[in-house]
Design a protein around this ligand. Sequence first.
Ligand code: F0G
Length: 428
Amino acid sequence: MNCKIETWLECVSCGKKYDLSEVRYNCTCGGILDVKRDLTKLDGEELKRTWEERWSLKRGKLASGVWRYKELIIDVPEEDIVTRQEGSTRLYDAGLAGKYAGLKNFLLKHEGENPTGSFKDRGMTCGATAAKIYGAKVVACASTGNTSASMASYAAVSGMDSIIFIPEGKIAYGKLAQALAYGGKTLQIEGNFDDAMALVQEVCEKLNIYLLNSINPFRIEGQKAIGFEVLHQLDWQVPDWFVIPGGNLGNNSALSKGLQELYELGIINKIPRIAVIQAEGAAPLSHMWKKHTPFEAVKNPDTIATAIKIGNPVSWEKSLRGLKWCNGVVEDVTEQEIMDAKAMVDAAGIGAEPASCCSVAGAKKLVDMGVIHPEETVVGILTGNILKDPDAVIGYHQDTLGKMGIKGTYSNRPKVIKPTLEAVKAAL
Ligand code: F0G
């Protein structure tokens, strides 16, 4: 891989370095890897000018909201880039969801507005680019749904085959539909996401297939662009908080890594705090954080937010490192809190899938706890599109989620009526 400035892989645990000539996801010590570059070769002011110029590009690879920042993604020749012009997502005023959370300045970055409907596209454009450069013909991932939808799309765009390992039982319908439609070879395994994750790593190693889970350090590089773009949209004025859902814990790791690079380059002069929000039934990081105990996987993770139904997240070390750097916090929220927050995000006219709404549920909880101050500026990351999981929406609004202990607190029930004017009048 030819990068403009010196770039290498470095172990998060022991610091061992590897050059980019070989495919690697782990250190010989078992630790996971970071992409590192010589930041002293970059000038923050010049980067800001370059990125500002690219903001107005109408076409081409650098019009992507990831590759706009390519100096801090992977600075490879443009012809190698595999892109669907991802990113450039909106940053909304949270409206009703802001009132609900008790915040005056609450913004929602809608990553569900990416090409395949989730933030995964930001990591996937970078991962698929690396796959192409390494000459991969086949790529694979384990997924709770969004990664597989994204990977299948980027594989199709760039002429690679894709193999998807999904857990048995529920993955949201919209996501499964996408994976099949984009032509991903889909294997439903008897086990949960954590089992699928362990299996796909073995399969990739033994069968020489390129692994595109977020253990792949290039995925993390692409996802850093969420933070870059938010700050760019805020004219580099730093919010007090980012609030972000946590599952496999790649995305918050990417956010903190990217912010740290901006800080080291002097592009931002304040460190925002990050709050990672997990679902109560799948909250290993939150347990560890609150109880001050060593990391321990959750055996049978469960949550309606199927995207983050993960008990043994691969990136917990990176996540923890980032949280320490930014004086972050970890919290978990109940099923009811997730779905009520989702009802507010949806009723605000914005809409997002359940896991995404951990951001809003978590912000509300942290405001109620006095951790976030109502006057502080908070950016919540909405990670996936409302259409990904229609079952959760309909179940909530028809109030049929009782067996999961969830009430349709803010339900908007459809009514069945006779086809007459009288019936309409009565219904209204
Ligand atoms: N939100 C959504 C909508 C997701 O799909 C995921 C992860 C997350 C949040 C959590 O992000 O894993 O980086 O902490 N989905 C993965 C998948 C696991 O397979 O699609 P994370």
